[in-house]
Design a protein around this ligand. Structure first.
Ligand code: ACO
Ligand code: LMR
Length: 266
């Protein structure tokens, strides 16, 4: 019989060999003719299935709400400095993207991991937060540099409002809110941040839309798909900042001496 030569690559999300490319088996013409949106394309290429509209709309809300948060945040700052050093679009973009991590924008997967484990093990917010403190780990998804009890994050409010009316179940998000109620007794800025909100709500989406097995959810959380939402979203803003700096013909950036404390190491 035929002997199949072993391949060097295995790929399951996109096939470009036929008359037209397919995303997880869905032809490009279907995507256009049936008015698929960006959320549908993300569903096909990341989750390898079509998700219901309330899920794809949620994904698109995350993308739109996280697209930018001004020039002062870590990512935009790096991008602006890089663009002003005369670098090209891709260099300026990746310079900003490289700041995304456990403190900035990249806490979504860890927030989902810790909230899930704490919720499913029936830990009270007190027991959860205090156990994290004992381990010396800041609770991912909690805390913000400028947002606080009295200056709420509109993005979080909008996502919560949508999910409360559209999701079948928001148990993980409600758990995260009880964690926030506890952390707010410690300090005013220990709010549920946008990373934590997306992490908890994605757990709700995955566990309540009946399209994922428990094993698949474990895999999504373990691999860490969810920071991808912030990376994708913020790329939109970082590209915008690059164009903005170039359009404004901004010169090389040099940080002012007055804003540096020059001191001897003691
Ligand atoms: N869990 C527990 N305690 C915390 C947390 C947290 N998540 N965040 C701050 N604290 C407490 C700690 O006691 C901290 O003291 P320490 O430095 O000795 O650990 C104290 O508050 C100081 O806090 P701040 O000075 O307000 O912290 P800062 O403003 O530097 O941190 C940050 C803000 C980085 C977001 C922080 O809250 C944090 O690490 N959160 C977890 C990671 C996270 O969710 N990041 C995503 C933010 S949203 C976004 O980037 C889109
Ligand atoms: C962001 O979306 O960039 C932030 O929430 C971080 C910040 O400091 O505003």
């Amino acid at each position: 019989g035929k002997v199949r030569a072993p391949t060097h690559i295995v790929s399951t999300i996109c096939d470009d060999r036929g008359e037209e490319p397919t995303y997880a088996g869905v032809a490009m013409s279907t995507i256009i003719e049936k008015d698929y949106c960006v959320g549908d394309v993300i569903s096909l290429l990341w989750f390898r299935r079509s998700l219901p509209r309330y899920c794809t709309k949620f994904i698109e809300m995350c993308i739109m709400l996280c697209a930018d948060h001004g020039p002062a945040v870590s990512g935009a700052h790096n991008t602006i400095v890089t663009a002003r050093a005369g670098k090209d679009l891709v260099s300026s973009l990746v310079s900003g993207l490289l700041t995304i991590g456990p403190r900035f924008g990249g806490a979504i997967d860890d927030a989902a991991r810790y909230f899930r484990e704490a919720h499913d093990n029936g830990l009270s917010p007190y027991a959860f937060v205090e156990s994290m403190k004992k381990k010396g780990i800041r609770v991912p998804g909690i805390g913000h540099r400028i947002k606080s009890r009295d200056n709420r994050d509109k993005r979080v409010e909008l996502l919560q409002k949508y999910a409360r009316t559209q999701f079948p179940n928001v148990k993980y998000m409600e758990y995260a809110v009880t964690v926030e109620s506890y952390t707010l007794t410690k300090a005013n800025n220990l709010v549920l941040n946008v990373d934590g909100c997306i992490g908890a709500l994605f757990l709700d989406l995955l566990s309540s839309c009946a399209m994922f097995s428990k094993q698949e959810i474990d895999e999504i959380i373990q691999i860490g798909y969810l920071n991808g939402l912030f990376v994708l979203a913020r790329s939109i803003g970082l590209i915008g900042h690059t164009f903005d700096q170039k359009r404004l013909k901004q010169p090389l950036y040099r940080h002012p001496w007055e804003d540096v404390l020059y001191t001897k190491y003691t």
